[in-house]
Design a protein around this ligand. Structure first.
Ligand code: EPU
Length: 297
């Protein structure tokens, strides 16, 4: 604990010891962080990175949406970038967004500026930094297509700028230099506000019609394995509605697990295992997790 106090010494932002991470995840599941920090600004992130490296304490950055935190939580420091929310317009249709900016806010900004290039992300609830780190995407597009460069705080607390050409993007993955993504430059293009708005609205309606957006979840559980989407395979295996504790395979979309009340991470993991096994037994397809599982069981 003394180490942790040294790691957070001088931080201007919010510092909470034993913070329950269910309050920071869209799944509303997860044990405590030893210490949770919401840095006030990038300078705070630099200080935290420097002090954590010196004390050899791990840092985990929590976006919170495509994530399952196990029931005993996360050791060390958990960082939420929720206070890094600035958006800045730059020349040549480039928008700079701090890491904690939510995708819905960013899309709203792009619409107001008649900038196209993020419509594919309509309805993705995550932060822009989280979306870069996992190369978030839908069938309309992905983060790779919009990122121009990222700003990273490295483990020594230095600010590094990394152009997209140095990021290795693949399906739902991005290999970035080690550190914390505190900002992203997006290369957008001028478009018709009406048309951008129409695409976004249509897409939001589609998601509302096909996904269980009113219950806590972590979005899609599995990556789409190939031609047949995971949700379709799960439905064909008759697994919709299957429940362990308060974790349930959504009746609306097979690739969602919803938290019907007080689901524990252990319930979700047991359900994931069952679904994976059953789909494999029936179809021979091995499903791979899209959501990230972290923390101690
Ligand atoms: N389908 C079924 N049964 C189901 C679910 C889907 O038969 O229970 C069928 C649908 O009828 C459709 C096809 O499967 O023909 C594809 O379904 P959908 O359009 O819902 O897309 P998806 O491939 O399941 C992807 C993304 C979603 C994103 C949607 C909409 C992945 C793993 N998922 O889902 O992203 O919202 O497209 O664009 O790529 C996420 O990443 O967290 C996420 C939810």
């Amino acid at each position: 604990m003394r180490d942790l106090r040294a790691v957070v010494a001088g931080i201007k932002g919010t510092v909470k010891f034993h913070a329950p991470l269910r309050d920071y995840t869209s799944f509303k599941i997860g044990g405590p962080a030893d210490v949770l920090v919401e840095p006030a600004d990038v300078e705070d992130v630099c200080r935290l990175a420097r002090q954590a490296t010196a004390a050899k304490v791990p840092i985990f950055v929590i976006g919170g949406t495509n994530l399952l935190v196990r029931d005993k939580g996360i050791r060390g420091v958990v960082v939420s970038l929720s206070r890094l929310r600035a958006i800045r317009d730059e020349p040549h249709h480039v928008v700079y967004a701090e890491g904690g900016v939510g995708m819905p806010t960013l899309i709203g900004h792009a619409i107001r500026r008649s900038l196209s290039g993020l419509e594919w992300a309509a309805g993705i609830p995550g932060t822009v930094a989280g979306c870069v780190v996992m190369n978030a995407g839908t069938r309309l597009g992905d983060m790779q297509s919009a990122v121009k460069a990222v700003r990273i705080v490295d483990p020594k607390g230095r600010i590094v700028e990394c152009p997209a050409s140095r990021i290795e993007f693949s399906y739902r993955r991005a290999k970035l230099p080690k550190g914390i993504v505190v900002g992203v430059w997006l290369q957008l293009k001028p478009g018709s506000r009406q048309e951008i708005e129409r695409v976004v609205k249509d897409y939001l309606r589609y998601r509302k019609d096909t996904q269980p957006l009113t219950l806590p979840s972590a979005g899609c559980v599995f990556k789409n394995p190939g031609k047949e989407p995971a949700g379709k395979l799960i439905e064909a295996a008759g697994l919709k509605g299957m429940r362990i504790g308060d974790a349930q395979v959504s009746e609306k979309h097979g690739n969602f697990i919803v938290n019907c009340g007080r689901a524990r991470a252990a319930d979700v993991l047991a359900l994931i295992k069952k679904v994976g096994r059953e789909v494999e037994r029936r179809t021979g397809v091995t499903l791979e997790l899209e959501l990230k599982v972290v923390g101690e069981a």
